[in-house]
Design a protein around this ligand. Structure first.
Ligand code: ADP
Ligand code: MG
Length: 395
């Protein structure tokens, strides 16, 4: 079902509410640590401005929990936008209320008004009708370009739409749907999924779904240990979710029945403890010393993974393969990032830490599609409906 696009709207002279994802990581001093999300939102903003719109930008930042918390103000973002586009950018004190409404009415074509953090109000996450209606009072048209929050039914992603009367997708959202849609509907094969990260528990549905969707699943990172344990191996003090062992065993069985190859680590880097300077060594997973902790995939595992990656035609990667934040434990993740970037396949990477790993490996530019939505991309790929997408109008 095709969604209404920003291209289909007559933007001239209209107040256009664009729900963007400006949930950027901040430094301790309050500066923006990484502006990727802002940069990725620019095409939609610039398009609207070029068509004579009055652009109202709305986003959340962090988790202020329904209360004003100036450490999570969007003010630094307004400065970043001002330097990125050559148009007047005003910062509103709030996202609702009579003052913002009159500010929106005084706007001229080609101007930008950035609303203050939506989550300073409990009505946003509670999807309160009154709050949604107040947001709708600010605008004539609605565009959603925040793929990262599309899996949440909040006032700014769903509640507002009936009050505005329509909802269209922006360019960034459109790109996500196109690329992730490709990975669901007609991926070129072999299709290889690489899964890592700390835990299985948050990713249960996606793993189940991937077994049906892909040809090969490479499993590394913390989540591998629950699978290894399910196969009867002792893994020392490595991360194991004991309440998920049966589940992991069933997944291994299911993959066998489906003919989907699940590849687990055969060797890994283990450390005596997680303190800096602790002793470490590379071992086979069967020979994990009691009490030691697995922190990265080993060289033979990397080779096995790289071989599958090099022959893939589609690759989806989520989750680092080790505790890559620590340089000594990052080699496996960096090797795999490099292998993915060098492959000829259509490559899709999602998840905040995985994207950070790409950037550490210096290969971000070589990935076909980097999904801005961690949770949203996983839910979308696992076949779930995204409320923020569902609520938008059809063409
Ligand atoms: P993403 O943000 O890409 O979705 P996750 O948040 O699921 O990824 O997982 C990232 C985290 O997993 C990192 O903080 C990393 O340190 C952790 N991790 C990876 N391998 C291990 C391991 N062997 N033991 C413990 N934690 C791990
Ligand atoms: Mg993460």
């Amino acid at each position: 079902m095709k969604k209404l696009s920003i291209r289909d709207l007559d933007l001239e002279g209209k107040r256009v509410f664009i729900r963007v994802d400006f949930n950027v990581p901040l430094n301790k001093d309050g500066g923006i640590q990484n502006d990727t999300r802002i940069r990725l939102s620019l095409p939609t903003i610039q398009y609207a401005l070029s068509r004579g719109a009055k652009v109202i930008l709305a986003s959340h930042l962090g988790r202020p929990g329904g209360k004003t918390n100036l450490r999570m103000s969007l003010r630094p973002v307004s400065i970043a936008i001002k330097s990125a586009i050559e148009c007047p950018v005003k910062m509103a004190e709030s996202c609702i209320g009579s003052e913002v409404v009159s500010q929106s009415r005084l706007m001229k074509r080609g101007e930008v008004l950035l609303l203050e953090n939506l989550r300073f109000h409990p009505g946003e996450e509670a999807n309160e009708i009154g709050f949604a209606q107040q947001l709708a009072n600010l605008c004539d048209l609605y565009v959603n370009d925040a793929f990262g929050t599309a899996h949440r039914a909040h006032a700014s992603t769903t509640g507002i739409i009936p009050f505005v009367g329509q909802g269209a997708v922006g360019f960034l959202m459109e790109k996500e749907l196109l690329n992730l849609g490709y990975a669901i509907t007609n991926p070129k094969r072999p299709y290889v999924a690489i899964l890592g990260g700390s835990k299985i528990s948050g990713k249960i549905e996606i793993i189940e779904r991937l077994i049906e969707l892909v040809d090969v699943i490479l499993i590394g990172g913390g989540m591998a240990y629950t699978f290894l344990k399910a196969k009867g191996l002792e893994v020392g003090r490595s991360l194991v979710e004991s309440d998920k062992i049966t589940f992991a065993r069933n997944l291994l069985k299911k993959s066998g029945e489906q003919g989907t190859l699940m590849v687990l680590p055969v060797d890994h880097l283990v450390v005596e403890n997680l303190k800096p300077g602790a002793r470490n060594r590379s071992t086979l997973v069967e020979q994990t010393p009691e009490e030691w902790i697995g922190v990265d995939i080993g060289p033979s595992t990397c080779k096995n993974f790289e071989q599958k990656i090099s022959s893939a035609k589609t690759i989806f990667w989520n989750g680092p393969l080790g505790i890559f934040e620590i340089v000594d434990f990052s080699q496996g993740t960096l090797n795999i990032a490099k292998a993915v970037s060098e492959s000829q396949a259509m490559t899709i990477v999602g998840g905040g830490d995985s994207i950070a790993a790409l950037s550490k490996a210096g290969v971000t530019e070589k990935i076909s599609h980097i999904s801005t939505g961690g949770g949203a991309s996983l839910e979308f790929l696992s076949g779930k409906k995204l409320p923020g997408l569902d609520a938008l109008s059809s063409k």
